[in-house]
Design a protein around this ligand. Structure first.
Ligand code: ADP
Ligand code: MG
Length: 309
């Protein structure tokens, strides 16, 4: 079915990012629901048009179960619009709401394992077809009531949006050391290894329930912290963390990119052993579905409270 922008009706706002907004929309003729992302003040140049055409061809034909389905992108009145599969919750909101749900971890152990397996599967799949994510972070990992985890903002977010925004360094909290200090970067350019670092930071943040670096006051402080400060890790003396998980994030968070593990190596790490078995996957998905429902209920209740109070 062809979807035209004119036939979409905005139902709700799903979130606001640095470059645009994401809305829940309904296709009037079919009642189908989608997520529509609008990036403002994008430049409708010939080159971007070509880029959009390429991305449309490339990503519409990919069907990775761990990537949010991409229906297409276009320019309209100076806005870049991206139509995608509607999900129920992003991981930043999930872990930030968990303490209200009376659970002892920001994200339960098996659910976190499921996150790691899903995200790596998506990154590895896309890597095979030469798409690098470039913006791995909790808000770009989405989940739904069925208990699936899927990555969003592949390619488009990284390649196009960053070229618009000219990468302000202060806002890039998940940046790998070699992205900041290009002298350290043998490959001279963004490669999938830099995504492994961002993935490691994301895992530490989700396990701890807190972003691992202190709040930065200046871009200089950020650069210095990432390059010269201690490498973030999960504390040895914290019983909440599975030792396998601690080792796993240690393989991602290696400052030297050539010693950092690759996606396919990480997928074979003992932390993820058995994840590819259908019955394991099914039980992780069930457990995730229960947790997602719990968090969504808590969010719903909080919203109702705000209205009445
Ligand atoms: P960021 O990823 O930096 O938060 P975005 O503009 O990409 O900024 O997204 C804003 C928010 O919209 C996300 O944090 C997420 O909560 C929500 N969102 C994005 N895509 C979807 C989607 N496909 N389904 C549901 N919610 C989404
Ligand atoms: Mg995003």
């Amino acid at each position: 079915v062809e979807v035209h922008v004119n036939d979409l009706e905005v139902i709700d706002k799903l979130g606001q990012g640095q470059y645009g907004v994401v809305e829940k929309v309904r296709h009037k003729n079919t009642n189908c629901l989608f997520a529509l992302k609008r990036v403002r003040h994008s430049f409708d140049t010939k080159e971007n048009e070509r880029h959009i055409r390429e991305i449309n061809v490339q990503q519409r034909t990919t069907n990775c179960p761990y990537a949010v389905f991409f229906y297409g992108a276009l320019f309209r009145e100076g806005d870049l619009m991206i139509l995608m599969e509607l999900m129920d919750l992003s991981l930043d909101r999930m872990y930030k709401t968990a303490h209200l749900a009376d659970v002892n971890k920001p994200i339960p152990g098996n659910v976190l394992k499921h996150v790691a397996y899903s995200v790596l599967s998506a990154l590895d799949y896309m890597y095979q077809i030469k798409i690098i994510h470039r913006d791995v972070k909790p808000s770009n990992i989405l989940t739904n009531r069925r208990g699936q985890f899927k990555m969003c903002d592949f390619g488009i977010a990284g390649q196009l949006v960053n070229s618009f925004a000219r990468s302000e360094i202060g806002s890039q909290q998940y940046l790998a050391p070699e992205r900041i200090d290009v002298k350290r970067d043998g490959s001279r350019g963004y490669t999938s290894v830099s995504d492994v670092w961002s993935f490691g930071i994301t895992m530490v943040e989700l396990a701890n329930g807190k972003y691992p670096y202190e709040h930065w006051k200046t871009p200089f402080q950020q650069i210095n912290d990432i390059l010269n400060g201690p490498t973030p890790k999960l504390r040895d003396d914290d019983p909440r963390f599975d030792p396998e998980l601690r080792d796993f994030v240690g393989k991602c968070l290696v400052k030297n990119p050539s010693e950092r593990w690759r996606f396919n190596q990480l997928l074979k790490h003992s932390f993820l052993s058995g994840c590819d078995r259908p019955e394991t996957l099914e039980s992780m998905q069930e457990e995730t579905a229960v947790f997602v429902k719990l968090i969504l209920d808590v969010m719903e209740a909080k919203k109702a409270q705000q209205y009445s109070g």
